[in-house]
Design a binder for this molecule. Structure first.
Ligand code: G1P
Length: 295
């Protein structure tokens, strides 16, 4: 399966850390976010990965290449996992010349993708699930007749919906909805439902025509959500409330949360992290003025 990973965004929600470093290279424990995304793609059947980069993103390309200064391949145990990942798919890199939005970034891969359905995983979001997310999306695509794109959804509290693309529609079953409306970052009153796009998609090649037909928004960006909204009226679009959990790493707090949660699941970090929390809570309550009522 071909998979496109857009990694061209500017990371403005994480400045100054992302001024000269790609947000996709921020580490969660010892691996950059994009490595998790690539691993997730491969687990879901990707054998051909196109990463869309842009200005200042060379570190992303270098990460999936050999570094002779660190010795030949296979010489360092700490690089073995990454080298295995690199051997499991063909990697391609294309550059988006100007940051004109997510849909425009995906269109940069059109020539490579050709005329077949393909997966898209955003380079700054990690999905963790028992069945790989792309497998879940592709299975749903086939179950729904193999003609309409499928987007991954999760339910989000109403006051958070304005940070996402939001889908509304009619339930097909407990997990799948037939999408009727899609709105990118709606005001709470305009949200068409309570399910948000999490940044994983299984798209038909018709998306490329839809992207060309989609005008840029007020910020000059062509939104994938707007292009998908065009497909709703033609081929149709399905939404899958996926099994699993998603970690956005695009802001300092969300990135920190991802690190804490991954550390708590990993025996190499878990005990020490819990100890640090205990120590800090004890130190904090010791310095807090007594809350006991005066006698
Ligand atoms: C992008 C998409 C949005 C989606 C979100 C998921 O927004 O445009 O529809 O809900 O990713 O993370 P961004 O976070 O890049 O602003």
């Amino acid at each position: 399966m071909k998979v496109v990973i857009p990694a061209a965004g500017l990371g403005t929600r994480f400045l100054p850390a992302t001024k000269s470093m790609p947000k996709e290279m921020l580490p969660v424990l010892n691996r950059p976010v994009i490595q998790y995304v690539v691993e997730e793609a491969i687990a879901g059947g990707a054998d051909d990965i196109t990463i869309v980069t842009g200005r200042g993103k060379r570190a992303v390309e270098d990460h999936f290449d050999h570094n002779p200064d660190l010795g030949g391949s296979g010489t360092r145990a700490s690089l073995r996992e990454l080298e295995e990942v690199m051997g499991k798919a063909a990697f391609h890199f294309v550059r988006q010349r100007t940051p004109r939005g997510l849909a425009d970034a995906i269109a940069c891969a059109e020539h490579h993708v050709g005329n077949e359905p393909f997966g898209v995983l955003l380079g700054d979001s990690i999905h963790v699930s028992e069945t790989p997310l792309l497998t879940q999306l592709r299975t749903t695509f086939e179950r729904m007749g193999g003609k309409a794109s499928v987007v991954a959804l999760e339910r989000v509290p109403r006051d958070k919906l304005s940070s996402y693309g939001v889908a509304g529609g009619t339930p097909v079953d407990l997990q799948v909805i037939r999408v009727e409306r899609l709105v990118e970052k709606p005001k709470p009153a305009d949200a068409p439902g309570d399910t948000a796009l999490t940044g994983a998609y299984y798209l038909t090649p018709a998306i490329f025509g839809a992207i060309r037909a989609t005008p840029p928004d007020r910020k000059g960006e062509v939104q994938l959500t707007d292009a998908l909204a065009r497909l709703v009226a033609t081929e149709g679009v399905y939404g899958l409330i996926f099994e699993g959990r998603r970690y956005d790493t695009g802001t300092p707090l969300l990135w920190l949360e991802a690190n804490v949660r991954f550390a708590l699941r990993d025996p190499a970090y878990r005990d020490r992290v819990i100890e640090i929390f205990r120590e800090s809570t004890r130190a904090e309550s010791a310095t807090r003025p007594s809350e006991a009522p005066a006698p």
